[in-house]
Design a protein. Structure first.
Length: 472
């Protein structure tokens, strides 16, 4: 119900809509339409700040792996019609025209033959087993498509928050570089009038040079992340919405037993492997069809006409109707049937082990992500306090420097620690979001609704201000 309300909220936010398909909780599709004026493509083209849902909407239309999965799914759907066709009657029309010329003039003749034949399989074990097998294969194909759609949600989130971290890191280093440059200029000016020592100037310059190198690295890292986003969306993106450092992130219950049980039963990987196991069981039954007889019904109507022959000799026009049943029983095939059955059984055993591994892996990943979330909550809270304490310490260090109780090195170190604390907090918050989305994916619950929940918390990027430089 909570996610349904989120879906309604995002609909109310938009006026007119366009048609990318998205996966809902029930495994069906629902259409989320974007207003032309609010299209994520318009955001990208106008270089405006875009959010998580905007990026996802662009990726739905652009992503090659998702398009490949959809095309593969449509291809697999045709297997059902192919298998069903083997159960239906086959009707063939045949015609022939021959001119016979021999050394015996009485044998010279022209013949025309037309026939209509109906063949219907009454019982063929491989055909019926194959038809049942295709039904289970379609279930596997459905799970593969759902996995691809879920994977896109996760890849969008990872690319978005990787780029956002690079964006915030650059903003932090730019702010630190500006403060350090201002500090260097003040130190040089003070040294010229004898109010600061040469050591203060060198300390300020070393801090500024380091800040400049960090800013250069951050610019390159951001360019790379935006390139990755452009591959995903097909559109250039230059500004992303971000979380406030004081935002309270949504939380989910972390009962390990409940999560393990749900992951074991609802994980798309487990469901897909379970469907593959059912298909493997039917493959054994299908190969056993080599031991069983095949029974077919056939009806045929033919009409043969002869011309250019001596009347009454050798050739007469005829019309025939035949109806019958044929039975074919395999007696010996050189051992191929036995080997095929054995191979299918071994493959069945391999799939059983694969299913066991999938269940164990699902439980393990559920526990890992739950513990990541639990420790992440404490880490975010600790880093929020660290940001506050580092902000306070920097302010105190600046005041202490004014009265001669702190050195310039203390101030520069405090400013560097403040930058690190803020960067670590931003990264921890992003990891918390990604870990929750990963847990939802393990539980088979990851949809666009989860992105909407976090997108509502995003806002225009804050201007990061590092405490201004101080005079000696």
């Amino acid at each position: 119900m909570k996610k349904q309300n989120l879906r309604v909220a995002i609909f109310k936010k938009m006026n007119k809509f366009s048609p990318p398909l998205l996966l809902n909780k029930g495994g069906k599709y629902w259409a989320l339409f974007l207003a032309t004026s609010m299209s994520p493509f318009a955001f990208a083209n106008s270089q405006q700040t875009v959010g998580l849902v905007d990026v996802y909407q662009m990726a739905v239309l652009q992503d090659a792996p998702l398009a490949q999965a959809r095309a593969q799914h449509q291809s697999e759907q045709q297997n059902y019609a192919t298998a069903k066709a083997e159960l239906l009657p086959k009707i063939n029309a045949d015609a022939s025209y021959f001119m016979i010329d021999s050394n015996n003039d009485l044998s010279d003749v022209t013949s025309r033959d037309m026939s209509l034949t109906l063949n219907q399989s009454i019982y063929k074990h491989e055909v019926w087993a194959g038809f049942e097998q295709v039904k289970h294969s379609l279930k596997t194909s459905d799970f593969q498509l759902k996995t691809a759609e879920q994977d896109l949600v996760l890849r969008v989130a990872e690319s978005y928050f990787n780029a956002l971290l690079a964006q915030k890191t650059l903003q932090l280093f730019q702010a630190k570089e500006r403060a350090d440059l201002s500090q260097l200029e003040r130190a040089e000016a003070s040294a010229e009038v004898g109010l600061a020592s040469r050591v203060d100037v060198l300390q300020a310059k070393s801090s500024y040079d380091l800040s400049r190198s960090e800013r250069i690295n951050a610019e390159n890292a951001l360019d790379i992340r935006f390139e990755e986003l452009m591959k995903l969306t097909g559109k250039p993106i230059t500004q992303l919405k971000s979380f406030s450092m004081q935002v309270k992130l949504p939380e989910m219950p972390l009962d390990l037993y409940v999560l393990e049980q749900k992951a074991e039963s609802q994980s798309l990987t487990v469901k897909q492997t379970t469907s593959q196991l059912e298909t493997a069981e039917l493959e054994v039954d299908l190969q056993k069809g080599g031991y069983w007889p095949a029974i077919n019904f056939q009806a045929k109507i033919s009409d043969t006409t002869y011309t250019d022959n001596v009347e009454g000799l050798f050739f007469r026009d005829s019309q025939q109707t035949s109806v019958g049943v044929t039975v074919s029983l395999p007696l010996y095939s050189g051992g191929s049937t036995s080997s095929k059955v054995s191979a299918a059984r071994y493959q069945l055993n391999a799939t059983k082990e694969q299913l066991r591994n999938s269940r164990e892996e699902a439980r393990l990943q559920a526990r890992i992500q739950a513990r990541n979330l639990e420790s992440g909550r404490s880490l975010v809270a600790a880093l929020q306090e660290a940001v506050k304490s580092n902000d306070a310490f920097l302010e105190a260090a600046e005041e202490g420097y004014h009265v001669g109780l702190m050195s310039l090195l203390d101030v520069l170190s405090a400013r560097a620690n403040q930058t690190v604390a803020r960067k670590n907090l931003i990264e921890a918050m992003h990891n918390q979001v990604l870990n929750q989305l990963r847990l939802e994916a393990i539980l088979g619950d990851l949809t666009m609704d989860d992105l909407v929940a976090f997108d509502q918390l995003l806002q225009e990027s804050e201007v990061i201000v590092v405490n201004k430089a101080i005079s000696p």
